[in-house]
Design a protein around this ligand. Sequence first.
Ligand SMILES: [Fe+2]
Length: 395
Amino acid sequence: MNNEEHFAETVTRFERPAEQLRLLCAGTGDYLSFDGDQFSISGSVDDHAIWRDVPGGYRHVETGIELERSGKTLVGERGTITVEGEKDFVDTHGPERLPSEYLDHFRAHGWVCLTSILDPEIVRGLEEVACTDRYADRTFDGTVSPLVQSAALARCAAEPLSLWLIRQYMQIDEIRLAHVPGIAVLDRDDGQRNVQGWHSDFPYLWGISGRRNANGIDGRVPTASGATVLGIQRNVCVSDFTKVGGATAFKLGSHAHDSGPPREWGHGTLHYQPGHRAKHGLPYSGSEADIVEAPGGSIILYDARTWHRAGVNRTDDRRAAILQAMTPMYVMPFADTSGAWKELRKSAVFDELTAREQREVQSLMVHYIAGPAGITAITTDPELSSMLAEQRGER
Ligand SMILES: [Fe+2]
């Protein structure tokens, strides 16, 4: 583990797929699903919802049954497919592989790459808001939340396969965004500024919380959490993720240690300190670390315990990503998402979303207490916050 060994990480590369499977989307935004016996529409994308383009129609990958396309309707052995009053279906962008294959990989290794999972139109919208790639000469509008600049961000947050995988991996249906999805842009490294050190993500924050707990651990979660997964990070590659362009560095599989990264790799808390790089150099970037290279439009999911750090961009191309901490409903959020949700709800962008997307984004962004008195949405309290700040002598 030698910090002098720079940019020697082991690369795992995912190429843009030659073929994408298809999802057949009803007017509600839910997907046509077949369980071997019955058709249904569902917001959940598991193997039942995966189809392949064949001449004149679609083949259900799991069972092999075929449907003929006739305009927007689909015709099977027993006639036109009608489910819950829905009979028009639009062929939409799907994954490269079956959901169960991704889930097997995720469970076995603690991470998975959904290569080119996002519809190209969503990727275009993300680039436009981020002002990178095809929109590199555009100027970022910092006056308006990215979430209401384009429907692409909300549609990306509602991407159904990643949500299904997160729910399966954390063994809970009610999952939340722990903060508002934002765009992270990494420009060329200047050789001097601090680079993020090694850490585990929210809510663990091992190596980066900035304070030691009673067990002497720098982190929020005091002990290993075992089979109870407290967080998954969902990294959306807007730009192509490449080693030279600053793709995230990982120690793949390190979630299994269920503890923070080794101190000698350079913890995040240390590397944030002013002047740290000038004195101590970069965090570990040797061959025991990994880089996942993937085309723009891919989503990398990883168990939040996985040791990782931001990449170092050695190109002139600005690299955009959307980083989303996903948690079970019982974990306190990292930041308040309620204001951004209300802003989205009132915006024109909201009307561009399908009913499924609206439902998903609401369930991800509205944190609430369900008690005997019913459901109470949780938000921050400015008056109470001011009182606390006064007590601490901050105002
Ligand atoms: Fe992180």
